[in-house]
Design a protein around this ligand. Structure first.
Ligand SMILES: NC(=O)c1ccc[n+]([C@@H]2O[C@H](COP(=O)([O-])OP(=O)(O)OC[C@H]3O[C@@H](n4cnc5c(N)ncnc54)[C@H](OP(=O)(O)O)[C@@H]3O)[C@@H](O)[C@H]2O)c1
Length: 224
């Protein structure tokens, strides 16, 4: 899983670990001590992996495969958000959003693909965003990059249909994270979706029960 040390990533990791799944957790920052403590063996932890660099992703996936004997699922959680209008902002924000949200999923998927195929098939679950369906003011770069995640999901699902690899996207509404609470102190958090609820849908799409689902984009909004 990419973006594994972030808010949603940790919720997803806990859900999988609770089901006895052995995890490869990748993050851009060094592995936080708390994560090292919570996810000891048999999980594989890898920090300092910048998914804008294909060779870094390839090496990280090879290391996870070597340590685990192969893996059957990739969950692309890595991403980020910026609010900025075009007039007041900078073109670099568009590049940043595409790098964080779309390129990470492209690079990690390309790196994981040989391992999924070697395993005889598997699952890719991407995290898009409900906000990509129609962009509000200041949301152009983010929404465009997350719309790209949906198009990637569709194309990859078609490309891998005969390789026994399913590819789906989850489109969360606003997730109830501490970062969102700090950024939007006056918001009605009861309209937000819990990270655990999003994680449950990730776990389903990664499971055998979802073997017939591919190329789907699932809105997960809670009461939002
Ligand atoms: N929070 C929400 O309300 C919400 C709503 C809809 C969709 N989403 C999506 O859900 C996912 C998780 O969100 P979150 O709230 O858990 O965010 P988060 O806590 O910021 O976690 C995202 C993680 O992705 C990592 N990342 C970004 N660019 C990377 C790169 N180039 N290489 C490797 N790692 C990279 C970040 O690392 P750094 O800390 O080093 O940047 C961070 O650890 C994101 O894709 C986000 O867009 C979130």
């Amino acid at each position: 899983m990419t973006g594994a040390f972030g808010a949603l990533g940790l919720a997803v990791a806990r859900r999988f670990a609770g089901r006895g799944v052995r995890l490869g957790l990748l993050g851009r920052e060094p592995v936080p001590a708390s994560v090292r403590q919570e996810f000891g063996l048999p999980h594989v932890l890898s920090g300092g992996v910048d998914l804008s660099v294909q060779q870094a992703a390839d090496a990280a996936m090879r290391a996870v495969a070597a340590a685990t004997g192969g893996f059957q699922a990739l969950v692309n959680v890595a991403g980020g958000f910026r609010w900025e209008t075009l007039a007041e902002g900078d073109v670099s924000t568009w590049e940043l959003m595409f790098a964080m949200n779309l390129k990470t999923a492209v690079v990690a998927s390309k790196a994981a693909l040989p391992h999924l195929i070697a395993a005889g098939g598997g699952r890719i679950v991407n995290i898009g965003a409900g906000a990509a369906a129609r962009a509000a003011a200041g949301m152009g770069a983010y929404a465009a990059s997350k719309a790209g995640v949906e198009r990637l999901t569709e194309a990859l699902a078609a490309e891998l249909r005969d390789r026994n690899v399913t590819v789906n996207a989850i489109l969360p509404g606003t997730i109830d994270t501490s970062a969102n609470r700090a950024a939007m102190p006056d918001a009605d958090v009861t309209r937000w979706v819990d990270p655990e609820a999003v994680a449950d849908v990730v776990v389903f799409l990664a499971s055998d029960a979802a073997r017939a689902v591919t190329g789907a984009a699932v809105r997960v909004f809670g009461r939002g």
